[in-house]
Design a protein around this ligand. Structure first.
Ligand code: BG6
Length: 480
């Protein structure tokens, strides 16, 4: 009989939680901060759920000490947060805004004083609007040097205290939703332009990683990829081809560039045949090869199941997404002649139609280990749900505990399988703004008293899951 014995989680395992600047900070125009593309985008009526924005968000900018105190009470080992480029360089380039440096420096010190490891995300989607106006942001090669310059400012100021860094958060999402689905800024729907912007993001990522290795030799850096492992609908060979196509175009297209420094051949062939391949200039290959990560950051929420999609089949558009929380309102998407998504009859879904699949996380960690053999940091995993505040101000989020417990269990299995997992960050610590889904889609251990209509008092209240995660951390993952 073959079996693999489970070992305890490593002693230095990073039990963490994550957030992003635009989703928690607020203070959108304070202390010299410049405007980001999200500050502008949310003001276009109808782009977000009930036109919600992050002007105040959950006011973490003013309440970070209170939030860090709650993290310390929980025993959190690591907190992943992002830096707003526009606080550091209000116009994207030029003079450094000292107030921005000060804010993040204070936050980092506060975390360290409470024995919480700061994990910094350099870019979580809030591009300076000035760079969008000046040269169309990611569509220009100028972004590569400007991003590198911004990164170097961060390495210089925070590289002494921050060991773990995430370069780009979910390039596949911000490029895909910004340049194809047209639901994120700059609201473009053009696969050719998407691929060119994506190539520039690849180069920016690689260059920033190379600079990091030069300036912060003892640190570790990697991009965070939104990894939704693919399943085939059936053993029908056409469905297997669809599933393999999805692997190539939805995952390896990014992951191979990050981890191997080159585009995957089969996906490249598809792009070239369809006149979608980006323009690659001499020297680009060398930049990609010189900027390999120390770990893969994984944001895992769900798996996707694929079947064959005929040449005259469906594509899908912005309306495919469920942003209301009305179960069953999302639609199938795909590429004709390649694949389309289908419902997986074995899996339950959330109210936003995301599959609930803990084993999918084990599969994700195994596949990444098998293809790239790098350490992995789980930079996001969590359940977006409606939470009820009871009359006596309790939040009994047993569904969240159940979701997270099963995912922690799957991570434990993946470690036994041989995956090298550095840590696990839930999304999120406090409730926060969900980009397109407003404030009603809650993820936190800590409830924030606000909704779409009113900021109320923004009070923090601990949910049942807060106490659950505290116990998980205290027992190093043994008692889930
Ligand atoms: C990831 C992002 O895509 O998923 C987060 O990195 C985001 O910023 C999270 O909030 C959950 O997605 P959503 O759409 O439910 O907010």
């Amino acid at each position: 009989m073959f079996h693999v014995k489970r070992k305890p989680f490593p002693q230095d395992f990073l039990w963490g939680s994550a957030s992003a600047a635009y989703q928690v900070e607020g203070a959108w125009d304070l202390d010299g901060k410049g405007k980001s593309i999200w500050d502008e985008y949310v003001r276009i009526p109808g782009t977000t759920y009930k036109d919600t924005n992050g002007d105040v968000a959950v006011d973490h900018y003013h309440r970070y000490k209170e939030d860090v105190a709650l993290m310390a009470e929980m025993g959190l080992k690591a907190y992943r947060f992002s830096i707003a480029w526009t606080r550091i360089l209000p116009n994207g380039t030029g003079e450094v805004n000292q107030a921005g440096i000060q804010f993040y420096s204070d936050l980092i010190d506060e975390l360290i004083a409470h024995n919480i490891e700061p994990l910094v995300t350099i870019y979580h989607w809030d591009l300076p609007q000035a760079l969008q106006d000046k040269y169309a942001g990611w569509e220009s090669r100028q972004i590569i040097d400007d991003f590198d310059n911004y990164c170097r400012v961060l390495y210089k100021h925070f590289g002494d205290r921050v060991k773990y860094w995430v370069s780009l958060n979910e390039q596949n999402v911000f490029i895909g939703l910004g340049y194809l689905a047209a639901v994120h800024p700059p609201k473009v729907s053009d696969r050719k332009r998407m691929m060119q912007a994506n190539h520039h993001a690849n180069l920016a990522n690689a260059k920033a990683i190379a600079s990091f290795h030069e300036m912060v030799p003892n640190g570790l850096i990697g991009p965070s990829f939104a990894y939704g492992p693919a399943y085939p609908k059936s053993a029908l060979p056409a469905d297997i081809i669809a599933f393999e196509n999805a692997n190539e175009v939805e995952s390896y297209w990014w992951l191979d560039v990050y981890c191997k420094g080159k585009y995957p051949r089969i996906a490249w062939n598809f792009m070239e045949e369809n006149d979608l391949a980006p323009v690659v200039e001499p020297g680009d290959d060398a930049i990609l090869a010189a900027g390999l990560p120390d770990f893969i950051g994984v944001n895992y929420y769900q798996t996707a199941t694929y079947e064959w999609n005929p040449i005259d089949g469906i594509t899908g558009d912005a309306s495919s997404q469920n942003t209301t929380g009305k179960k069953g309102t999302s639609k199938s998407t795909g590429i004709p002649g390649m694949y389309r998504t289908v419902k997986n009859e074995f899996l339950e879904t959330t109210d936003w139609d995301w599959t609930i699949d803990p084993q999918g996380l084990r599969i994700a960690l195994r596949r990444l280990t098998s293809r790239y053999d790098l350490p992995i940091l789980i930079t996001e995993n969590g359940l977006g749900a409606f939470d009820d505040l009871t009359a006596d101000e309790q939040i009994h989020d047993t569904y969240r505990i159940d979701y997270l417990a099963k995912h922690v269990d799957a991570v434990h299995d993946a470690i036994a399988d041989g995956a090298r997992v550095l840590g696990y960050c839930t999304w999120s610590f406090t409730d926060l703004l969900s980009w397109l889904n407003g404030y009603q889609k809650r993820y936190g251990f800590v409830y924030v008293n606000r909704d779409e209509e009113s900021m109320k008092d923004l009070r923090r209240m601990k949910k049942d899951s807060f106490y659950w995660y505290k116990k998980v951390i205290a027992t190093n993952g043994e008692d889930i």
